[in-house]
Design a protein around this ligand. Structure first.
Ligand code: H2B
Length: 101
């Protein structure tokens, strides 16, 4: 199936399964808080590894003890697609192991 922008209803259904994530305009986003700056940096590296594996890349921002991601799909003109939610689910699965909340 070719990649297509998700409808508003599809986005709402997927967001209901992903507490902490939101869609603002045409981007899927979430921020995490960690215990230390170094823990936050380690989470960034882990997310970067997953993004390389998926060949799908968020804008990923490291703060003092925060990590923020914002993603959409460039190849459909910058809309939210299934690929963005796939990345979000993978990040959700690994973040607790870093103590992220
Ligand atoms: C050639 C390569 O597969 C593409 O450029 C990938 C890489 N990472 C990407 N990341 C995101 N967020 N959207 C894309 O459409 C995208 N496309």
């Amino acid at each position: 199936m070719p990649l297509e922008p998700l409808s508003q209803k599809e986005i709402e259904d997927r967001l209901a399964e992903l507490p902490g994530w939101s869609v603002d305009g045409d981007r899927l986003s979430r921020s995490y808080r960690l215990g230390t700056h170094f823990a936050a940096a380690a989470l960034v590296v882990h997310i970067a590894q997953v993004q390389e594996e998926l060949d799908h890349h968020s804008d990923l921002t490291l703060g003092y003890n925060t990590v923020s991601l914002s993603v959409n799909t460039h190849s459909v003109g910058g809309a939210v697609t299934e690929r963005d939610f796939e990345l979000a689910q993978k990040v959700e699965a690994l973040a607790p192991g870093h103590g992220a909340r």
